[in-house]
Structures are given as structure tokens and as C-alpha cells.
Design a protein around this ligand. Structure first.
Ligand SMILES: Cc1cc2nc3c(=O)[nH]c(=O)nc-3n(C[C@H](O)[C@H](O)[C@H](O)COP(=O)(O)O)c2cc1C
Length: 218
């Protein structure tokens, strides 16, 4: 069984990319949306020292139970402020802490895939943060996928008068905003010339899926 987890908005880029990949695996899978959980951060209370379970009852232990039974984990998270989204971080700081006492590492059997989503099109900071957590949990990363998500500034209605709109981080200031200029899963890197745009993201997700299938067949 493959477990998919995302920390983006419901039905948006992270969840869509995650579900696209999972559907193609042909494996049984379960999806968890961290967005729906009131996840808190780690208090370092050491309540997990011998149980390897968190004392906070907010849904994290149930996900870890599923992960212990799974063979692979696909994790998709947005980049916020040049790092991984806080909800994903809250999840991993607790999962890594509760798992490592006395070298237990209950998730070390998992193969992992990381999907980073960033409005400006470079999710390397989110992928860097997630890679560190996977390394700490001893989850073997098979592949990473970097996806361009959305920028609220394309739709807020104030971009033309706002100096700090995300639109102007990727497009020249006088660009007219129209449907063709809005980044999305089906329109990656619209701010770049055709030659510089990444490969069709669905093809990339399918290639990653093939690597996962090969790993699961080993
Ligand atoms: C508070 C906030 C901070 C963000 N910071 C960044 C950032 O540092 N770099 C970036 O490329 N995109 C940033 N974004 C854009 C998100 O990564 C983008 O909207 C992504 O598509 C969100 O994932 P989702 O569509 O799955 O919800 C930020 C968005 C918000 C709301």
C-alpha cells in the first residue's frame, strides 16, 4: 500500500499532483490531507520516549500507524517563505522526534517520493527541508518532483497597483495578466520562453511513478 500525504489547500496543486501520481501507480493507496488536521508543533515533552507515539491527540498517530503498514510514502507540500509549509514542518518535526528514540526508526522500511510546490516555480527550498526530514526518519527517497503552483496575487485584483505582488517576481512589471499568464498544473512556467519551460509536469509525474513501481517490484 502507498500512503499519500499533502499539506496544501484542498483540491489545489499539491493534492492534484499527489493524486495524479498515486492514481498511476496501480497500487492501493490512501491519501491524508494535513490541511484538515489541527496539527500542533513538538513541545519536546518527551512523552514519546518509550511509546514512539505523540501524546497530542490530533491525528498524527493514526497517520504514523498507516505508514508503518505501507511500503511507500508520497509527500507533497507547498513552499511558504522559502521553506516548507509550516503544517508539513509541524508534522515532520513530531514524526521524526517520536521515531528516533532508542534508534527505533519505525518508518525506515519506506520508499519515499517528495513533491515540492512553489508559486515562483522553484520548490528547491521545500524539497531541501523535506529531504532533511526524510533522511532523519531514514526513509529512502526515490525521486523528487518540483511543481509550479499558483500565486494568489494573480487573482487578488490588485496586482497592477501592488509593488510586491508575486506576479512581478516572475513577469516583467508591464505584463498584462490574462488566463495564459497564470501558472497552474497544466501551464508550468508561463513566464519563461517555450525552450526554457520544464517538461510537461504530468509526464514528469508519470516518470516518477515508474521509478516507484520499479522500486516496489524489487
Ligand atoms: C503565506 C504564503 C507564502 C508563500 N511563500 C512562497 C515562497 O516563498 N515561494 C514560492 O514560490 N511560493 C510561495 N507561496 C505560494 C505557494 O507555494 C503556492 O500558492 C502553492 O501553489 C500552494 O500550494 P497549494 O496550491 O497546493 O495550496 C506562498 C503562499 C503563501 C500563501
Amino acid at each position: 500500500m502507498v500512503v499519500g500525504i499533502h499539506s496544501g489547500r484542498r483540491g489545489r496543486t499539491s493534492e492534484s499532483a499527489l493524486r495524479y501520481l498515486l492514481k498511476h501507480t496501480g497500487e492501493e493507496y490512501k491519501v491524508f490531507s494535513l490541511t484538515d488536521l489541527p496539527l500542533e508543533t513538538c513541545d519536546a515533552c518527551l512523552g514519546c520516549l518509550t511509546t514512539h507515539r505523540c501524546v497530542k491527540n490530533d491525528g498524527i498517530n493514526e497517520i504514523v500507524d498507516e505508514l508503518c503498514e505501507a511500503s511507500a510514502l508520497v509527500f507533497a507540500a507547498p513552499e511558504y517563505w522559502d521553506g516548507v509549509h509550516a503544517k508539513a514542518r509541524a508534522f515532520w518535526e513530531r514524526v521524526c522526534f517520536m521515531g528516533r528514540h532508542n534508534s527505533a526508526f519505525p518508518l525506515q522500511h519506506l520508499s519515499g517520493i517528495l513533491i515540492g510546490i512553489a508559486g515562483h516555480g522553484d520548490a528547491s527550498a521545500a524539497i531541501r527541508d523535506l529531504s532533511a526530514f526524510f533522511k532523519d526518519a531514514r526513509i529512502h527517497v526515490i525521486d523528487t518532483v518540483d511543481v509550479q503552483g499558483s500565486y494568489a496575487c494573480f487573482k487578488c485584483g490588485f496586482a497592477s497597483v501592488c509593488e510586491v505582488a508575486g506576479v512581478w517576481y516572475i513577469f516583467p512589471r508591464d505584463t498584462e495578466i490574462c488566463p495564459e499568464t497564470v501558472p497552474s498544473l497544466v501551464s508550468q512556467d508561463p513566464h519563461l520562453c517555450e525552450k526554457e519551460r520544464r517538461e510537461d509536469i504530468f509526464i514528469e509525474l508519470e516518470a516518477t511513478d515508474r521509478k516507484l513501481k520499479a522500486k516496489l517490484r524489487e
